[in-house]
Design a protein around this ligand. Structure first.
Ligand code: FES
Length: 133
């Protein structure tokens, strides 16, 4: 069974192949909902789309083992690459994607097919060197 390691929380869990990252995080007792850079994380954990790939708030960085996940889904491409407003709570997913293009995924859309390492709550960097480039 693949191992999922949550680096910030220092937790590790084994899950069956095909499990999505959101479910794995819930089993490990890890909150993947970070609000806006940690502000409103508790509210965000209650108000989200509950795994339908619509709200964009379950963003994580796959720091190791991206090859052990499914390819980026259409919903992720829409969330990360299209600056369109949505009716769901959506704290600027496009801005969070900037600078994390190779590693960012929506946990609910990411299937685990091998060992992975996950960073939860990747920050939105409004002033980073990549933002205005
Ligand atoms: S829970 Fe809403 S996009 Fe993943």
């Amino acid at each position: 069974m693949p191992t999922v390691k949550f680096t910030k929380e220092k937790k590790e869990i084994e899950v069956p192949v095909g499990t999505d990252l959101r479910t794995a995080a819930q089993k490990a007792g890890v909150n993947i909902y970070d609000g806006f850079n940690g502000f409103g994380a508790k509210l965000n954990s209650l108000f989200n789309c509950h795994g339908f790939g619509m709200c964009g708030t379950c963003r994580v960085n796959v720091t190791q083992g991206m090859e052990n996940t499914n390819p980026l889904t259409v919903r992720e491409k829409i969330k990360f690459k299209t600056p369109i407003p949505t009716p769901m709570p959506d704290p600027l997913p496009c801005l969070a994607y900037i600078g994390n293009e190779e590693t960012m995924r929506l946990a609910c859309m990411t299937r685990i097919e091998g060992d992975v390492e996950i960073e939860t709550g990747p920050p939105i960097d409004l002033f980073g060197e990549n933002f205005f480039s």
